[in-house]
Design a protein around this ligand. Structure first.
Ligand code: CMP
Length: 944
């Protein structure tokens, strides 16, 4: 019984089963409990004199002599009135024959219970047929019983009805106690008889009671069946054989007694279990490995609700994949196969293993079918209501699912988010891509109506890291066509398959919801959606899904239309500022997303500063650009000798990898692209124009309304932010060359941050007049305040960082003239951008804001990098999904920020057109050395 290590019974160390063995008797610690279970008829043997009587009996047994009947029922009644009262007053009622059966008793009458394992009945056998050993033991006991006490097993009339060859439990116990010295207590004897009941060798005459040391009547199977064995007084040779058998096998029956008693208790409804019985169960639960992590009080609670289930036949299905989870199981004996649709048997669970809590904890359908691998499997079961009450919140933290001996999914218990109806659930920590997808489709779709399951959302946002789109589409198509190879389908199979198809459709819908147009950019996805739509329309069982599919198709068509309109979009990279869209079919050109096949026009220089102008799709690799530029610039070198390199305004060089894409947008503000011989990188110098604007600004900033500036900066940046796809953060973090995907929209948005920051510095250090500089500083502090008010935190950071730049902060004369009110505000702003404690001040502040808002993008990228560099992508061959979750959280921040459209109240316009064109491209110096030198020039360092 004990799953894992020990047996229920520890009394005897003897041969197993019904084989002869040495009897070494050891008393159970809870023998007191057994005493109480026994009825009051001098049930326990008097210890004094017992040994000599036992020795005599044993000798008789060994010699093949029948013991003389110890007492008749009548004599016994004289000895013990209580027992007889019990017989006469209760027997009729309890046997269920009498007319006086009470309604309440009838309601809980075992016969009313279905015989399915859902409601096990301890009066019934747990095997289909008795084992040969138990059969023989029953035969031998019966022979001896009849020979010993012919009046015990007789026809009896109960409530006018004749019951053939039956005996009261008490007499059977009396006889067995006297039969062998190994049987010390009545409870032990009762357990031994119950072991026979369990196998159907003995049964309550009305199949309503397990074995009880009471007046209930029991009958041997042999007598039920009739036949020769049942008839008459035993022959001498039978007697000899029976004696021999008992001598050899009784110890094994004795050993089975406690187990049988426990199984009997565990098959009773909890309210029928006495406190002694619960104590017995509790003591056994202590030895079950699957419960070792639970506290004593929980094990005590479990003692009353554990149900024992026995299944006779290998091949029995305990539950099916997709079923509602109703119970948790521990395997006590035997083994089960874990079978998954389309995969077959993925694992075999053995004695001591537990299964089935995944569906309970996650309120999800069963992830696998459980099929018994052997005959006569024994299980302990906890039903859902009890599981939820007792175990759900204390269940083990980690759950590992294996297939073919290897971990495929590791789940961990986490606190549920608010709004979900229970406190805890398992979430995926790591897994193989395919198993994670299966887990999603099997258990996370098709039930919840509300919002997106976080695991599903994480998966959809990050799968490109571990499962390329083409593979995902393939897997989904396989799932959708899971019926392709199954000819004959039962209605249940069909229902399962239809449900599964529905889940694939739902997955598709959620995918499109989560990643929007990124899904439609993949031809394999579009083909899949179209195939799916055709199949859904052709299948009447999927009628309800047609609207979902049509909706997705409409979105796809809209995207494709938009794409066609904007086909041939062209961009130009100016010497300064943002790439300019030269052509776009978009009605609102500002909201133009840069697409991989958009062309961009840009220059590539060589060491002598001659250049060529190229036009390439955005997704063109550095290798191709390099080769083409070398050709145009007539470098006459093979591609292996050349590199494509950015020279920054400060002369720094940064070489591109051959497989890098979206090169032009990835340049720094005043950076320039060069093609160079590998060994001559040192010869590359920056161009004069990279220093920054030579002529002064052609607009008087002073006269522009600060609020209007902030407003238009925010509108402009909102559009840039809007164009960034969450995936670009992944490409940026893992390296776009890994995906062959462009990060152009993110590049542009980040470039804008630097542009604003350096614009502030450039403006201040190129303003020679002190009073004008003071006016500008005040204006920029106000600008920061407006950006904050408009929740454009990206621009807010850029402005405040610009004002904190060393070239500006050193302008002592300027700062001295700034009114203290402004200085104080600025200090508060500086505190907000303070990077200490991982930007805590900003995080707290932004955490309170509602969308729409423009976040400080560099911090989101820092979070992504932190998650990437601090965590491996793969753990022991499994995808580290915790890392994916961390990254998805950051990606979700972006989604949250844009979850409401920007509807700012426009300030009363003064010079709208002028402001708009001014803020769309600032002319900046981004060379810190130059900026510091200019700062020195306008305010030379005071000599002390
Ligand atoms: P549940 O989904 O409740 O029901 C089926 C059970 O099979 C599941 O919980 C796990 O406890 C168990 N199981 C064991 N191995 C696997 C596996 N590889 N995939 C799915 N379920 C498994």
């Amino acid at each position: 019984m004990a799953a894992g290590r020990q047996r229920w019974s520890t009394q005897i160390v003897a041969g197993s089963d019904l084989t002869p063995g040495v009897l070494l008797l050891r008393y159970r610690r809870h023998s007191g409990g057994e005493e109480q279970m026994a009825p009051t008829l001098g049930a326990t043997k008097a210890t004094a004199g017992a040994t000599s009587a036992a020795v005599k009996r044993r000798r008789r047994l060994e010699r093949g002599h029948m013991p003389r009947p110890q007492s008749t029922a009548f004599e016994m009644s004289n000895k013990n009135k209580e027992l007889m009262n019990d017989i006469f007053t209760n027997c009729k009622l309890k046997n269920g024959f009498g007319p006086t059966v009470q309604a309440s008793a009838a309601a809980t009458s075992p016969t009313k219970r279905p015989l399915s394992p859902d409601h096990p009945n301890p009066a019934l056998p747990i095997t289909e047929t008795p084992s040969p050993a138990m059969n023989r033991m029953g035969w031998a006991l019966r022979i001896l019983l009849v020979a010993d006490n012919s009046s015990c097993l007789k026809d009896r009339k109960v409530s006018g009805k004749l019951i053939r060859k039956c005996a009261p439990g008490t007499e059977l116990v009396d006889w067995l106690v006297n039969l062998s010295p190994i049987v010390h207590t009545r409870a032990q004897a009762a357990g031994m008889w119950q072991a026979l009941v369990e196998e159907g060798v003995l049964a309550h005459v009305n199949k309503e009671q397990p074995f009880k040391d009471k007046c209930f009547l029991y009958r041997f199977r042999l007598d039920e069946e009739g036949g020769t064995a049942a008839a008459g007084v035993p022959q001498a040779e039978d007697l000899g054989a029976a004696n021999e058998h008992i001598r050899e096998g009784l110890s094994a029956l004795f050993q089975r007694g406690p187990d049988a008693t426990l199984r009997m208790i565990l098959r009773k409804p909890s309210h029928e279990r006495t406190s002694e019985e619960l104590e017995l169960v509790f003591e056994e639960l202590v030895h079950i490995a699957a419960l070792s992590h639970l506290s004593t009080s929980i094990k005590r609670e479990l003692s009353s609700i554990f149900v024992f289930e026995a299944h006779a036949q290998a091949g029995t299905i305990l539950f099916n994949q997709g079923d509602e989870g109703r119970s948790w199981y521990i395997l006590l004996k035997g083994s089960v196969d874990v079978v998954i649709h389309g995969k077959g048997t993925v694992a075999t669970l053995k004695t001591g293993d537990d299964f089935g809590k995944l569906a309970l904890i996650n309120d999800a359908p069963r992830a696998a079918t459980i099929v018994l691998k052997e005959n006569n499997c024994h299980l302990l079961r906890v039903d859902k209501e009890h599981f939820n009450r007792i175990l759900r919140d204390v269940e083990a933290n980690t759950l590992r699912l294996q297939e073919h001996g290897k971990d495929v999914l590791v789940l961990e218990r986490v606190a549920k988010q608010r709004g979900q109806h229970s406190a805890f659930k398992y979430t995926v920590m790591s897994g193989t891509p395919a198993k994670m997808l299966e887990h999603l489709l099997e258990t996370r779709l098709g039930q919840s109506v509300g919002g997106m399951d976080p695991f599903l959302d994480d998966f959809l946002l990050t799968h490109i890291v571990f499962m390329p789109v083409v593979q995902l589409v393939d897997e989904l198509a396989n799932y959708f066509h899971c019926d392709a190879h199954e000819d004959a389908q039962t209605p249940e199979d069909r229902e399962y398959i239809i449900n599964f198809k529905k889940r694939v459709i739902q997955f598709m819908q959620k995918w499109v919801m989560a990643v929007r147009h990124a899904a439609f950019e993949e031809p394999s996805v579009c083909d899949f959606i179209e195939d799916l739509a055709a199949e859904v329309e052709a299948d009447p069982d999927l009628n309800e899904e047609t609207s979902i599919v049509h909706n997705v198709l409409t979105q796809m068509a809209r995207y494709q239309e938009d794409r066609n309109q904007n086909a041939g979009q062209k961009w130009k990279l100016p010497p300064n500022g943002q790439p300019i869209c030269l052509f776009s079919g978009n009605a609102t050109p500002s909201k133009t997303v840069i697409r991989p096949d958009d062309d961009i026009i840009f220059r590539v220089y060589c060491a002598d500063h001659t250049y060529c102008t190229l036009r390439f799709p955005m997704h063109t690799t550095a290798e191709l650009i390099k080769a083409c530029a070398a050709d145009k610039l007539q470098l006459n070198r093979g591609p292996e000798d050349l590199v494509l390199v950015e020279v920054k305004s400060n002369g720094e060089r940064s070489v591109f990898k051959d497989n890098d894409v979206s090169i032009p947008t990835g340049l720094s503000l005043n950076g320039r692209l060069f093609v160079s011989v590998k060994d001559h990188l040192d010869a590359l110098t920056q161009l004069q124009e990279q220093e920054g604007p030579t002529e002064g600004v052609d607009i008087d900033l002073e006269i522009l309304s600060t609020k209007e500036l902030a407003y238009h900066i925010t509108l402009f940046e909102w559009d840039l932010f809007w164009a960034v796809h969450e995936y670009e953060l992944l490409y940026h973090t893992f390296g776009r060359h890994h995906f062959g995907k462009i990060t152009a929209n993110l590049d542009v948005f980040l470039r804008r941050f630097n542009e604003v920051q350096y614009w502030i510095v450039t403006e201040l250090v190129s303003t020679p007049s002190l009073s004008k500089r003071v006016g500008l500083v005040r204006k920029f502090i106000k600008l920061a305040a407006y950006c904050k008010e408009y929740q454009n935190l990206n621009a807010f950071f850029a402005v405040v960082m610009g004002l904190s730049n060393m070239a500006v902060s050193r302008l002592q004369q300027t700062w001295e003239k700034i009114p203290s009110k402004f200085r104080k505000i600025f200090q508060e702003f500086e505190a907000l951008i303070d990077p200490s404690r991982n930007h805590r001040a900003y995080r707290v502040f932004v955490g309170k804001l509602q969308p729409p808002l423009i976040p400080f993008m560099p911090l989101l990228l820092k979070d992504m990098t932190f998650a990437h560099e601090g965590n491996k992508t793969s753990l022991d061959g499994l995808v580290n999904f915790e890392k994916m979750h961390m990254m998805a959280q950051t990606m979700r921040t972006i989604r949250f920020c844009r979850s409401r459209s920007l509807g700012l109240e426009p300030p009363s316009p003064k010079s709208e057109g002028e402001v708009r064109s001014y803020i769309s491209s600032f002319r900046v110096i981004d060379n810190q050395r130059v900026l510091t030198a200019m700062s020195q020039k306008v305010e030379p360092t005071r000599k002390l």
